[in-house]
Write a protein that binds this ligand. Sequence first.
Ligand code: NAD
Length: 489
Amino acid sequence: MATKILDFVDGQWTDAKSADLLSVINPASASTIAEVVMTPKEVVAEAVEAGQKAFRDWRTTPVVERVQYLFKLKMLLEDNLDDIAKIITNECGKTYKESVGEMRRGIENVETACGMPMMIQGYSNEDIASGIDEHMFRQPLGVVAAITPFNFPGMIPLWFLPYAVATGNCFILKPSERVPMTSAKLFELIEEAGFPPGVIQLVNGGKDAVNALLDHPAVRAISFVGSTPVAQYVYSRATANGKRAQCQGGAKNPVVIMPDADMDMATRIMADSAFGCAGQRCLAASVAITVGDAKNTFTEQIADAATSRKVGYGLDDVQMGPVITKDSKDRIEGIIEGSTNQGASILVDGRGQSVDSYDDGYWVFPTILDNVDPKSEIAKTEIFGPVLSLMHAQTVEDAIAIVNDRGFGNMACLFTESGAVARKFRYEADAGNVGINIGVAAPMAFFPFSGWNDSFFGDLHAQGRHGVEFYTQTKVVVERWPREWSRQF
Ligand code: NAD
């Protein structure tokens, strides 16, 4: 019988017996590896109430004590890294190395939040007028929740959880129903770290659980990561209900290759960026724009890199795994098929391939579409698979115009050896995360993950200081203590 993934509410693993179950599928074998409860709204409400109850003591627990639980969690995550990475690979499809890499970035957020005694500090001025002082304190909000996507089941919950609880909030996670096993493992470790009941809780499920969080009046803030249409929906409903919201959406990330770039380095990094995690990264390079003479060399080299990439089950010795579902495979293959009607040519075709012993897996091999028209629909559509579109420009100005003519603004990168071109690009590119000679410009935990435009709805981003500001409300205290009052003692 498949393992049943439960909720973790008020310190207990909870089985909502009436809940529907959804199969969790290993995308490499297409076999069912678990079943997850689709949590009904009543259980979500129980979790929110347990969070409210726990908040009374948690917010008065000194921050130096709150972070002790995070130090413990960090050690448990390190000790269990291998197990967690294997779970990620089995339910999400990426390679073992990619799973370990994702967890490293997640753990980095736990480490950063351990510095909360300094990060949460306010500021003060003495004598704003004679005998009057003014202070700013940061106080937690209460119960907060995060709704996360399938593609980084270990890392993305940790973009939020450590900051939320270190600042004194009680946190509820609603992970993607397609990859709930990683969160279940994470919560075993959270339980072992000894957080008080109700401080960190897990509710599984889909749309109904999300709506229950968005509508519950006691949930004060919502963090979301996923596709743009859902990000927009979550942002509108959360804010209409008076909540804070930070909603990260989809992406289509362009990379400009200048003729003076180190072509070997650019090709190697671009292949990792476009085809790593089977292209299912919100920071995947999905468009390469060559400038001038870069066209021929880069096109030839990237085609070789795509063709030679080793694809298979992520626990074997491979460089790329499957895409997440059969629907996803069908959708990606449909986009490849339709690309020629929009003027593109298929330079490397990753359709119709199979992997020995994994015949039923959701395989799409690395694919390259050449001469994609920047104005065409595929040029602006998030494919979210291992498909790289090539465009060709004559000048850096033309390339930057293509970079900036799109709805998304998650990431833009440039390969060059010219500092002046790099500065121009960094200054003008319409994106919140910019890479120079970098293929995946993923900010470290102590920088904000700065998506722009249709890639982000809200103002404060995930991670670092933005996380601290998002999860706290400022209280300003102005106090008058006239000097003459001390004379009586
Ligand atoms: P998704 O939008 O389908 O799902 C994300 C979350 O929303 C899940 O927890 C899901 O249960 C929930 N959800 C789905 N449909 C819903 C609905 N109608 N109402 C309420 N909740 C709903 O995204 P996904 O397919 O899991 O993840 C891939 C997407 O996430 C891609 O678009 C990718 O670019 C994006 N992403 C963005 C970032 C970023 O930092 N900007 C990071 C990772 C992934």
